[in-house]
Ligand binder design. Sequence first.
Ligand SMILES: [Zn+2]
Length: 194
Amino acid sequence: MLKSCHCCGLIHEIAALQSNQQAQCTRCHSVIDQSKNFKRSQGRTAAAAVAAMVLMPAAILLPILEIEQLGHHHSSSILGGIVDLFQTGSVLVATVILLFSIVLPLLKILALIELSWLCSMQQRHRAWTYRWMEQIGKWSMMDVMLLALLVMTIKLSGVVQFHFGPALIAFVLCVSMSMIAAICFNPHAIWESP
Ligand SMILES: [Zn+2]
């Protein structure tokens, strides 16, 4: 079987190995991935992506900010904030936030679940999904949303009394889980699994 080293790209011909044996690259000495490792990385990706999927509704629907101003109590979720923006006429800003912080991250998580766990599509379609996911991944910016929240925190402090709602924890966990899922995913697995 021909295998390329994931680190330096050198091609090796590898004979069938025993379960306790490892193939090592002759040039850079990294361990060359065997199909067993694909399963492990698939499992990790699936677990992290499913966790992100489960956390997503809590992250966008629960109140993320609770503001006290002049005796008024106001709490807002991410989705509620976007709806407010739509209603006050900031359609462009609302659309941009909706697309980049909810729709694209959600599509990316769904794509990772399909590629690592469901595997319901043909290999050809899965490869296409992976390329497409790489492209939208550049534009899915939940982590930027997190930064925006931080900046808002600094700006708001001193002006109004506020504290973070339960959605913040769900949001941070959701962002971390989708990052972990993307990092653990090994694209070679698309061609290794049936
Ligand atoms: Zn190598």
